[in-house]
Design a protein around this ligand. Structure first.
Ligand code: MN
Ligand code: MN
Length: 297
C-alpha cells in the first residue's frame, strides 16, 4: 500500500486527541480499579476524575493545538509567541493543568523566563505530550527539530530524560510518518535504551505514571507488541496512571504508523468537532510554513 503521508499526519494528530479523550476516563486509576469498575475500557465515555463530557480532550491536545497555532501565527518558530500561546491557553481556564506546566507558564508570564532551571522534578511527560505540531512542522527540514524541541520543552520542562525521550518519540514518529517502517522506529528506541538501560521496556512492570520514563515504557511496550491502533490504545489506557497522556502519545505513534483510516470510527466520531476542525487545519498548514526562527529576523 502507498504510504499516504497526509493520511498518516492526520492519523497521528487525531490519534493524539483520541488517546487523550479515551484515557482521561481512567487517569489516576489502577489497572485493578479499572477492571472492577469498567471491565475493559475501550469506549470514549468521558467521566474520570475530571468528570468530562464524552469526547472532551484535555491539556495534552489543547497544548499541542496552542503550539501549532503559534507556529502558524508567527509563520515560523518564535519562542515568545509559543509562550504567549501557552499563557492564553492557561487563561482559558483549562479543565486540567500539570504543576510543572503551570509553574513554567507563570514564570514566562510574570518574569519573561523562557528557560526553566534544569531539575529532576521536571522529569514529567508534559513536554513530550505536546510536541507533535513541531514534528509535523519540521518534516521538511529535520535539522531544526532537535533544537526547536529543546526550546519549546524548556519553557516548562528542563530535564535530560524528558529531552531524550521527547526527541526519541519525535524521531520515531517522523520515521513512521515517512516510511511506515516500524522496525526502524524500534531501532531508534533501542539505541536510546543502550545508553540508558533503565529505559528498557522489556522489563516493563506496568508502571504508567506521568514520569517520562514510565510513559516511555508504557507506550513502547504496547506499541512494539500490539498490531493495530485500537489494541495499542486499549492496552495503554487500561494501565491507568497518566492514562490520557500515555494514551495521547501512543495515539500519536500508532496513528503515524497505521494512518487516519485505522482509527476506529466509534472513537473519532466522539471527539469534539471544534477540536477535529482545528486539527485538520493544522495538519494542512503546518506542512507549508517555512522552517525558520522568526525571532531572529
Ligand atoms: Mn491531560
Ligand atoms: Mn495526564
Amino acid at each position: 500500500m502507498k504510504n499516504d503521508i497526509h493520511d498518516k499526519i492526520l492519523g497521528s494528530y487525531v490519534g493524539l486527541a483520541v488517546g487523550d479523550a479515551l484515557g482521561a476516563t481512567t487517569e489516576f486509576m489502577t489497572p485493578r480499579e479499572i477492571q472492577v469498575n469498567i471491565g475493559v475500557h475501550n469506549k470514549i465515555t468521558g467521566g474520570g476524575w475530571l468528570r468530562l463530557k464524552p469526547g472532551r480532550v484535555t491539556d495534552d491536545t489543547e497544548m499541542s493545538l496552542a503550539l501549532g497555532n503559534s507556529l502558524i501565527k508567527s509563520q515560523g518558530f518564535n519562542l515568545n509567541c509559543i509562550g504567549d500561546h501557552y499563557v492564553q491557553w492557561m487563561r482559558s481556564k483549562p479543565v486540567d493543568i500539570g504543576s510543572t506546566v503551570r509553574k513554567g507558564i507563570r514564570d514566562y508570564m510574570l518574569k519573561g523566563i523562557t528557560v526553566q532551571m534544569e531539575s529532576e522534578m521536571a522529569a514529567g511527560n508534559g513536554a513530550a505530550m505536546r510536541n507533535l505540531p513541531l514534528i509535523i512542522y519540521c518534516l521538511k527540514k529535520w535539522g531544526y527539530f532537535e533544537q526547536m524541541t529543546r526550546l519549546q520543552s524548556h519553557l516548562t520542562h528542563n530535564n535530560k530524560k524528558s529531552d531524550l525521550i521527547t526527541l526519541c518519540f519525535g524521531e520515531m514518529t517522523k520515521i513512521l510518518l515517512e516510511t511506515g517502517d516500524k522496525l526502524h522506529a524500534l531501532k531508534i528506541a533501542n539505541r536510546l535504551i543502550k545508553i540508558n538501560p533503565k529505559f528498557s521496556y522489556s522489563r516493563y512492570k506496568g508502571e504508567s505514571s506521568g514520569y517520562i520514563v514510565d510513559t516511555f515504557k508504557t507506550v513502547m511496550h504496547y506499541f512494539s507488541d500490539e498490531t493495530s491502533f485500537e489494541k495499542i490504545l486499549v492496552g495503554v489506557v487500561n494501565q491507568g496512571g497518566d492514562a490520557d497522556t500515555n494514551g495521547a502519545i501512543a495515539g500519536m505513534m500508532a496513528g503515524a504508523l497505521y494512518g487516519y483510516s485505522s482509527i476506529p470510527a466509534k472513537w473519532t466520531k466522539k471527539i469534539d468537532t471544534e477540536v477535529l476542525r482545528a486539527i485538520r487545519i493544522q495538519c494542512r498548514e503546518l506542512m507549508d510554513i517555512p522552517v525558520r526562527y522568526t525571532d531572529e529576523i
